[in-house]
Write a protein that binds this ligand. Structure first.
Ligand SMILES: Nc1nc2c(ncn2[C@@H]2O[C@H](COP(=O)(O)OP(=O)(O)OP(=O)(O)O)[C@@H](O)[C@H]2O)c(=O)[nH]1
Ligand SMILES: [Mg+2]
Length: 474
């Protein structure tokens, strides 16, 4: 196992959110966690004696007081976790104190005076990883779990934490490793021209692994949408009511609304949780011909946002007349990839009509003649039709089955992308009968990329960049 200099220190940090609360928890982990905490803790009881370190029971909460230099700081509960049965795998303790900021800070000072040092961001989780409590993908799932904002994101993080994804990667990796070692054996016997690795079997294994890697890689679009919110781009010509719709959905005045065409220059993004699914609404600059430099940049961004979105809401302004609505609908339709994206067209400002747009709705549906397009009538300004839109959104997302592995992390996605490319090179190499040593090199590359996800192959730099994104105390 990797020995880490950091691990010889005993670290401490507040594990609960910053600021005042009813209680706060201070975490301590490392070789001296038990004696340090026992040294400042006076258990309740008749004798008021200090704890006998040898007799401390793991996973049991002790009631008592933190006393420093004879002065009582707080009444607390202390739980000890003896190695290896702790989160970090080291001897650890958690002290629950009253949540005053003063008490939290003072307790840290006392612990530091007794030999602890402040933990760095993510250091508890990093130690757990180093002590093989879980792999890197699971450590990252903890960060996702902490930051999950919706039921779906929570479920995906829990699945990853349980280790299903890691297991899939390990199985693929060990099959490839076995194959590589057989191929490399051939190199040792190159004079004799033997084939230890059956080429037919190798091709079949490659195909199977490549499909699996690609399936995981492709799940990123949905996985990322669930984690960061399903991207919904609100697009259309200027003044059609896009910003009004964003504000109506959020229930607040987030974007500037005006009757001046070209009000929104840059994209504005806000998330909203609808029925346990997180959506990320993106208000964009109105589409029109313009020579104005900044507006042009904004419009280019609008097109980019359409391409990145999972759902596109196309706003049509009924006050511009039917012909104009049809041509702008067609422009939006031409930008949507119906294999990957969903389009909802909104006939907006129907409050200006006598019949709330029912007749136009039928006509537009007929003229567009595309069952993949949803069309609804809306008055973003007065809230009419918003419920229809919510309903369409709620049912729009094909949620993955709870067991399906979804890739939600860009680092994992990139590793899978590289692994997929390396495996394709192996496939081509086999077809073209290129020398075994070159093929095995590509295989090794693929194995490396798969291993980098779970942290079987890793560098201090990678670990540093992953764990520094955690908060202190995690
Ligand atoms: N009558 C009516 N007016 C609306 C409705 N929605 C928006 N408007 C008005 O239309 C004008 C333009 O609204 P915005 O929301 O700024 O339009 P936009 O599409 O964001 O415009 P740009 O940012 O310039 O592209 C404002 O005067 C709104 O009050 C609606 O449902 N009914
Ligand atoms: Mg706007």
């Amino acid at each position: 196992m990797q020995t880490n200099i950091l691990n010889s220190d005993t670290i401490c940090a507040v594990a609960t959110p910053n600021g005042m609360g009813a209680i706060a928890i201070v975490r301590i982990s490392g070789l001296k966690a038990v004696p340090i905490v026992a040294g400042v803790f006076q258990p309740s009881g008749k004798l008021k004696a200090s704890l006998d370190i040898e007799k401390i029971v793991s996973h049991k909460a002790y009631h008592g007081h933190i006393v420093d230099n004879g002065i009582m700081l707080d009444e607390v509960l202390v739980t000890f976790f003896k190695a290896p049965h702790s989160f970090t795998g080291e001897d650890s303790a958690e002290i629950s104190v009253h949540g005053s900021v003063y008490i939290q800070q003072k307790l840290l000072q006392v612990l530091i005076a007794h030999g602890c040092r402040m933990a760095e961001a993510g250091e508890f989780t990093r130690r757990a990883f180093v002590n093989r409590k879980f792999d890197l993908a699971q450590a990252e799932a903890i960060a996702d779990l902490i930051s999950s904002e919706s039921e779906a994101a929570h479920r995906v993080a829990i699945n990853q934490l349980k280790g299903g994804f890691s297991k899939e990667l390990q199985v693929m990796r060990s099959k490839l490793l076995e194959m590589t070692s057989l191929m490399e054996l051939e190199l040792d016997f190159s004079e004799e021209d033997v084939e230890f690795a059956d080429r037919g079997q190798l091709k079949a294994l490659l195909q199977e692994t490549l499909e699996h890697v690609n399936r995981l890689k492709d799940s990123f679009r949905l996985g990322n949408a669930i984690k960061n919110g399903i991207p919904v781009a609100i697009v259309g010509q200027t003044n059609t009511g896009k910003s009004t719709l964003l504000n109506a959905l959020l229930g607040e005045d987030r974007a500037i609304v005006s009757d001046i065409a070209g009000t929104t220059r840059d994209t504005i993004e806000e998330t909203l949780n609808i029925n346990g699914i997180l959506f990320r609404f993106i208000d964009t600059a109105g589409l029109r011909q313009t020579e104005e430099t900044i507006e042009k940049i904004g419009i280019e961004r609008s097109y980019r946002k359409i391409a990145e979105a999972t759902i596109v809401i196309g706003m049509l302004d009924v006050t511009n007349g039917y012909e104009s609505m049809v041509s702008s609908a067609n422009e939006i339709v031409s930008k949507v990839d119906f294999g990957q994206q969903q389009l909802i067209l909104c006939i907006n400002k129907v409050d200006t009509l006598a019949d709330q747009g029912e007749a136009l709705l039928g006509q537009l549906r007929q003229d567009l003649d595309n069952d993949d397009i949803m069309v609804i009538c809306l008055s973003a300004k007065h809230g009419f039709g918003l419920n229809d839109l919510y309903n369409v959104l709620k049912h729009s997302q094909p949620l993955a089955s709870p067991e399906a592995t979804l890739v939600t992390n860009v680092r994992h996605y990139e590793a899978l992308l590289h692994a997929s490319e390396s495996l394709q090179s192996v496939q081509q190499g086999l077809e073209m009968n290129i020398p075994t040593d070159l093929i095995s090199q590509n295989l090794r590359e693929a194995i490396h990329y798969l291993g980098s996800i779970t942290g079987e192959i890793t560098t201090d730099e990678i670990l540093g960049s992953i764990f520094s994104r955690f908060c202190i105390g995690k």
